[in-house]
Design a protein around this ligand. Structure first.
Ligand SMILES: C[S@@+](CC[C@H](N)C(=O)[O-])C[C@H]1O[C@@H](n2cnc3c(N)ncnc32)[C@H](O)[C@@H]1O
Length: 278
């Protein structure tokens, strides 16, 4: 009997706590700490991204339920919360200010996405976010540049979206909006610089491509049939590479491929090739 009573009491407490959480409002979250736009932050002040821009940034990044979105300098968690609520993604926010962390966690509960959103207290320059498939930021030009090499070392195809600030000579793949509300998207490019030996999978054809790389932009030469000529077009978007050149027959050819750890799997005019870097 005693056990039954304890059991019922425990159930009541759990259900009661759940109901209280469900009933909590955003105002309740702000009872202990109310943020102020422009308040100081560790490396940059807090100013929230506007609702419309948040949605547009996540849409431009093509966020889906398969993504893990990480917002660097998460503020009140609105980007992480929108990623979960509007796009069904898992999301993590990294925020230095512990009061903002608590507030963002509380908002995530109120918005019903606490199971998908993890707000962590930490310094973005000391946190590991290499598991992100999408990184969002609203920081400063200098902070974007400080993060740039870390971002470029992420898995090819990772999408990076920044509100307001660009990445200097790493040109955006896409932009949204204008002026203060502008947002930029970059697709982390595979690192493909060097000399690649292409070998036909079911045949004897071979050729060599030398690539120079500046972020997603490529240039280079192709050596085939005893002559070397410049690539007429070359680009890499994530792990997808496209090379265009004029063949020995004088016709234009397009080689499209996927860059992986073992090399490039490619096809040209329906003929399959594999390439390794020498
Ligand atoms: C401009 S706000 C952007 C907030 C949110 N991402 C948004 O777009 O609405 C920048 C946030 O970064 C936080 N921050 C500044 N330096 C940081 C650092 N080194 N590590 C983590 N967060 C930081 C600030 O506290 C602030 O909340």
């Amino acid at each position: 009997m005693k056990h039954r009573f304890a059991y019922l009491l425990a159930i009541t407490l759990v259900l009661g706590a759940g109901a209280a959480a469900a009933q909590q409002s955003r105002e309740d979250c702000e009872r202990d700490f109310r943020p102020r736009s422009g308040q100081p932050g560790k490396d940059v002040i807090w100013v929230p991204t506007g609702d419309e821009t948040v949605s547009a940034m996540l849409k431009m990044a093509g966020v889906t339920p398969r993504d893990l979105v990480v917002d660097l300098g998460a503020g009140d968690g609105k980007i992480a919360i929108a990623a979960a609520k509007e796009f069904g993604a898992r999301a993590r926010g990294i925020e230095y200010n512990p009061d903002m962390v608590k507030l963002a966690q509380c908002y995530a509960v109120v918005e019903g996405v606490a199971d998908k959103v993890d707000i962590q207290q930490g310094d973005i320059f000391e946190s590991d976010f290499s598991d992100a498939t999408v990184v969002t930021m609203y920081l400063l030009p200098s902070l974007n540049l400080q993060l740039r090499s870390t971002l470029l070392d992420m898995k090819p195809g990772t999408r990076v979206v920044s509100h307001s600030f660009d990445m200097d000579d790493w040109e955006a793949d896409e932009t949204y909006g204008e002026g203060y509300h502008q947002a930029y998207l970059w697709i982390v490019p595979a690192k493909v610089a060097g000399r690649w030996d292409f070998v036909q999978v079911d045949g004897e054809e071979r050729f060599t491509v030398e690539l120079e790389q500046s972020f997603q932009k490529l240039s280079g030469t192709v050596a085939l049939g005893g002559t070397s000529q410049p690539l007429t077009q070359a680009r890499v978007r994530g792990d997808e590479i496209v090379l265009e050149f004029t063949g020995a027959d004088g016709r234009s050819h397009t080689l499209t491929g996927t860059v992986g750890a073992a090399g490039i799997e490619a096809a040209r005019d329906g003929v399959k090739f594999r390439a390794t870097r020498s």
